[in-house]
Design a protein around this ligand. Structure first.
Ligand code: IPE
Ligand code: IPE
Ligand code: MG
Length: 254
């Protein structure tokens, strides 16, 4: 599946001295620190968000070139509605702009874009843009690029539980058929491997309601760098650190 892009991937992996055998399959990123980045420059928070989009473009390109299977980025949480409406409106417009500008390039790179979260709770125009982008790239064999918008980990689990409860109620499954696997299958990330690596920039050490179920055994990597300053080099450094970790999954040292 990934063979076709190995040429480019090999170049990137070699350049950053990554171990091809130990590449994470799925990397998740909490894109945080745009506001602080702007504040340091005495600029409005929106300026930071714009710059954050520039970082995202570089990171998704690198993830695609490096042959990652899945990249998931946290763009807007179910709690971010608490922000002033001017900032929320700006972000919604920015998501639309990002897609309009980038979708052709993503498609050319064989990226399959998906939006995870309560998409039905977003403005109609955005829902349409998201649906068009998903549809265009649906059959692409390259990087799966999940963009979490109006996403909350607890809300995601609630909707999974409701879907399973409904199946039990309708007599489609028995209550004891509910398992870790059947819950995973009801999540937005159904069918994808859980994240191997979570990156959070900006010096906050929390997960802010991101992928609560999926992060059970994920390796965490934190940096003080603010998202607009996050570079491809630092991304590679996070992956190198990941490659040195020993994952035990509750077992013993090998
Ligand atoms: C992350 O940057 C972007 C979103 C949450 C949409 P922030 O806007 O949270 O930036 P800080 O944390 O205030 O610096
Ligand atoms: C997490 O960042 C959400 C996104 C990056 C989209 P926040 O800035 O909302 O997180 P808190 O409020 O600092 O926990
Ligand atoms: Mg923040």
């Amino acid at each position: 599946m990934w063979k076709k892009w190995f040429g480019k991937a090999d170049k990137n992996i070699a350049e950053f001295e990554l171990d091809r055998e130990k590449m994470p399959r799925h990397v998740a990123i909490i894109m945080d620190g745009n506001g602080r980045w702007a504040k340091k420059r005495a600029m409005p928070r929106t300026f930071g968000h714009r710059q954050g989009v520039e970082t995202l473009k570089r990171i998704v390109q690198f993830a695609s070139d490096a042959g990652l299977q899945v990249l998931t980025v946290y763009a807007f949480s179910t709690e971010n509605w608490r922000r002033p409406s001017s900032e929320v409106d700006f972000l919604m417009t920015l998501f639309k702009e990002f897609l309009e500008q980038e979708i052709d390039e993503l498609h050319r790179n064989r990226v399959r874009i998906r939006f995870i979260g309560d998409i039905a709770g977003l403005p109609m125009v955005l829902q349409q843009t998201f649906a068009d982008a998903e549809c265009l790239t649906a059959n692409n064999p390259g990087l799966i690029f999940n963009v979490a918008v109006n996403y909350g980990g607890r809300a995601e689990i609630v909707q999974a539980v409701r879907a399973l409860a409904m199946q039990v109620k309708e007599g489609e499954i028995s209550y004891d058929a509910i398992s870790e696997a059947s819950i995973s299958d009801q999540l937005y990330t159904a069918g994808q491997p859980d994240p191997d690596l979570l990156i959070r920039p900006s010096g906050d050490f929390r997960i802010s309601n991101f992928l609560l179920w999926q992060l059970a055994y994920t390796e965490f990597w934190f940096t003080e760098t603010l998202w607009p300053d996050f570079s491809v080099e630092e991304f590679a450094a996070a992956m190198i650190a990941y490659q040195k970790r020993e994952r035990r999954f509750g077992g013993l040292k090998r």
